[in-house]
Design a binder for this molecule. Structure first.
Ligand SMILES: [Zn+2]
Length: 292
C-alpha cells in the first residue's frame, strides 16, 4: 500500500498541521487541515482528487450542476457578478485595455468587460463545453495557463481570477507566475474568493479556505500590493459578506516578502462567524439569501 504524503500548507509550506474537519462532498470524503504555523485551512494536495486537469476538463461542472453546458441560472449569476466587478474597477479608477480572465467559464465576464471598457479579451478555461461557449462569443481561449505561456503572448494590463484561487494546488506559485509572465508592470490583478467567515467554503474542489487575512497574505507573498479590498455578498446576499475581493498591483522593484504572518484563532472565528450567519439569516431571511 502506498502511503499518502503528509499535508503541506498551501500558503506557508509548513508540514505542521492537524486534521480540522472531514466532510462528504459529492460522495467523496474531503479532509481539511489546519496549519499550526500560519492558521490556514486547506486540503492535502496529495490526497485530493480535485487537482488533476482531467477533473476540470469534464467532471467538475458535471458534478456541480448535472450538466456540462452552462445553465441559465449560471449565466444570470455570472452576468450580475461581471457588472458588479466592472463597477468595482471603475470605483478604483481602473479601465483595462487588455484583459486575461483565468477560469473564464463561458466568457461572460470578458464579454462584459469588452462592452464596458472596450477592452481586448483573452480567456483560460479547462472545461471543454464552457470554453467552446466562450469561443462562440468570439473570445480567444486557451485550455490552460501552460498553453497560453507557450504562445508568443503579450502582457495584460488586467488579469482576473474570479473564484479560481481556492481551486489551485499551488496558489502562491501561480500568482507569482502571473506577475512575472503575464501582467504588465503597470497592470493589476483582480480576484475574488469565498470568505471562510461567511461562506460554507467546504467543497470537493476548494483546496484552500481564505479569510481576509490569508487573502492579503498570499498576495503579499506572491509580490503584490493591494490597491483595494472588499467583502461583499453581491449578488446572493445583502447581509452576509460571502466573498472577499482584491485589486492588487505588482510590487516594483520586486523584493523578498519574508514569511507569512500567522492568523490566530481561525477555528474560533469560524464558529463565531457561522453563528452570526445563523442569527442574521433568522432575523432577515429575505435579505440574507436573495432569490432563494
Ligand atoms: Zn501555513
Amino acid at each position: 500500500m502506498t502511503s499518502i504524503p503528509n499535508p503541506k500548507c498551501l500558503l506557508c509550506g509548513s508540514e505542521k498541521s492537524k486534521l480540522y474537519k472531514t466532510i462528504e462532498s459529492f460522495g467523496h470524503p474531503v479532509s481539511y487541515y489546519l496549519c499550526l504555523d500560519c492558521g490556514f485551512i486547506y486540503q492535502n494536495e496529495a490526497e485530493t482528487i480535485a487537482k488533476d486537469e482531467a477533473f476540470y476538463e469534464e467532471n467538475y461542472r458535471t458534478l456541480y450542476q448535472d450538466s456540462e453546458e452552462p445553465t441559465a441560472k449560471d449565466l444570470r449569476q455570472q452576468t450580475l457578478r461581471a457588472l458588479d466587478q466592472a463597477k468595482f474597477l471603475r470605483a478604483n479608477l481602473y479601465a483595462p485595455k487588455n484583459v486575461l480572465d483565468i477560469g473564464a467559464s463561458s466568457g461572460l465576464l470578458l464579454d462584459t468587460f469588452r462592452q464596458e471598457f472596450g477592452a481586448g479579451v483573452t480567456g483560460i478555461e479547462p472545461g471543454n463545453a464552457y470554453r467552446a461557449a466562450a469561443e462562440k462569443r468570439d473570445i480567444q481561449m486557451f485550455s490552460s495557463l501552460e498553453n497560453l505561456l507557450e504562445t508568443n503572448h503579450n502582457t495584460f494590463d488586467l488579469v482576473t481570477m474570479m473564484h479560481v484561487l481556492e481551486h489551485l494546488p499551488k496558489p502562491v506559485e501561480t500568482l507569482r507566475e502571473i506577475r512575472q509572465s503575464l501582467l504588465a508592470s503597470n497592470g493589476a490583478l483582480l480576484l475574488e474568493v469565498p470568505n471562510f467567515y461567511a461562506h460554507d467554503s467546504f467543497e470537493l474542489a476548494h483546496l484552500s479556505c481564505f479569510t481576509p487575512h490569508s487573502l492579503k497574505e498570499i498576495l503579499r507573498l506572491a509580490g503584490y500590493e493591494i490597491q483595494a479590498f472588499r467583502k461583499h455578498g453581491h449578488p446572493r446576499s445583502k447581509t452576509l459578506d460571502l466573498y472577499i475581493g482584491a485589486l492588487a498591483r505588482p510590487v516594483i522593484p520586486e523584493h523578498e516578502p519574508g514569511v507569512v504572518r500567522p492568523e490566530r484563532c481561525v477555528p474560533l472565528k469560524r464558529v463565531l462567524s457561522m453563528l452570526w450567519r445563523k442569527v442574521i439569516t433568522r432575523l432577515r431571511p429575505k435579505d440574507s439569501w436573495l432569490g432563494a
